[in-house]
Ligand binder design. Structure first.
Ligand SMILES: *[C@@H]1O[C@H](CO)[C@@H](O)[C@H](O)[C@H]1NC(C)=O
Ligand SMILES: *[C@@H]1O[C@H](CO)[C@@H](O)[C@H](O)[C@H]1NC(C)=O
Length: 249
C-alpha cells in the first residue's frame, strides 16, 4: 500500500514539475523598425489572454514611438541606424544575448545595409548566418523568426529589398534545424511603403498593425516550441529525481 501511495505521489510531483514552466524570454531584435515603433506594444497586447501573456520581452533598450501603452514590456534589442553587417562584424549580438538571454528572437534587419550603404545582398545574408550562429551559441534551442523586411516609401530601394527578401527563404531553409527552427515571415507583401509608413521608413499605426498580424502566428509557433522544450526538460529533471530516489519508483 505504501509503495502505491509513493508511486502516485511521484507521478503527481512529476506532473507538477512538468507544468512548472517559467515565462518565456523573447528578444525583439533589429534596427529602428524594431526600436522606435509600436508593433511591440501591440504584440504584447495581443498576447494577453493567451498562454504566453507572461512572456518576458528582453533586450537592453526601452525606446518606442510614444505608443501610449503603460502596461507593455518595452525591453527590446532594436538599434536605430544599425546595419546587420556591422552588428555581425562587431560581434555586438554576443554581448546583447549574454546580458539578456532569450528563448525566442525575431529579426527584422537589412534596411540600413541597403538604404545607407547599398551593401550587396550576399553580404547581408552572410551577416545573417553569423547572427544565427551567435543566437545558437547563446542558446542551442533558440527559436528564430526572421522577417522578409518591409518596403520603403522613399528613395529607390525596393528592388534591392525584394532581392534580399527573395534570398532570405532559401537561406533560412538551409539554416533550419529541429532543435532551433528558423521561420520566415513576409513583412513585405501587402505592406505599402508610402501608406503604411509614417515617414517612408517606419510604420505608422496601420503599419504596426500589419507587422503584428504577420509576426503573431509565427511567434505563437515559436513560443509553443520553446514551451515544449521547457516541459521536456522538466519531465527529464523529474525522471532523474526519481532515479536518485528509487524507493519512490
Ligand atoms: C517551480 O519552479 C520554482 C522556480 O524555479 C521552484 O522554486 C519550485 O520548486 C518549482 N516547483 C516544482 C513543483 O518543481
Ligand atoms: C523550419 O522548420 C519548421 C519545422 O520545424 C518549419 O515550420 C519551417 O517552415 C521551416 N523553415 C523554413 C524556412 O523552411
Amino acid at each position: 500500500m505504501v509503495s502505491v501511495k509513493l508511486l502516485s505521489l511521484a507521478a503527481l510531483v512529476g506532473a507538477a514539475v512538468a507544468q512548472n514552466t517559467t515565462a518565456l524570454r523573447y528578444m525583439p531584435f533589429g534596427d529602428s523598425i524594431t526600436e522606435i515603433t509600436c508593433w511591440r506594444s501591440k504584440l504584447w497586447d495581443k498576447l494577453q489572454g493567451t498562454d504566453y501573456a507572461n512572456t518576458n520581452f528582453v533586450g537592453s533598450g526601452k525606446n518606442e514611438n510614444n505608443c501610449r501603452n503603460t502596461k507593455y514590456d518595452r525591453d527590446n534589442e532594436g538599434h536605430s541606424g544599425f546595419l546587420a553587417i556591422n552588428i555581425a562584424n562587431n560581434k555586438q549580438l554576443v554581448g546583447w544575448l549574454q546580458r539578456n538571454p532569450a528563448d525566442v528572437i525575431t529579426m527584422h534587419l537589412g534596411t540600413n545595409d541597403i538604404v545607407q550603404q547599398n551593401k550587396p545582398v550576399n553580404q547581408i545574408i552572410a551577416a545573417f548566418t553569423t547572427l544565427v550562429q551567435v543566437m545558437r551559441d547563446s542558446n542551442p534551442k533558440m527559436k528564430i523568426v526572421v522577417a522578409q523586411i518591409i518596403p520603403m516609401g522613399m528613395g529607390n530601394f525596393n528592388a534591392k529589398i525584394q532581392a534580399l527578401n527573395q534570398a532570405i527563404t532559401p537561406w533560412a531553409q538551409a539554416q533550419n534545424t529541429t532543435e532551433s527552427p528558423v521561420w520566415v515571415v513576409d513583412q513585405y507583401t501587402g505592406y505599402s511603403g508610402s501608406a503604411d509608413n509614417r515617414d517612408g521608413i517606419h510604420p505608422n499605426a496601420g503599419g504596426d498593425d500589419k507587422m503584428v498580424n504577420i509576426w503573431y502566428p509565427a511567434l505563437l509557433g515559436a513560443f509553443q516550441a520553446a514551451r515544449a522544450d521547457q516541459v521536456a526538460a522538466a519531465a527529464e529533471a523529474a525522471a532523474a529525481e526519481r532515479r536518485v530516489m528509487p524507493f519512490m519508483a
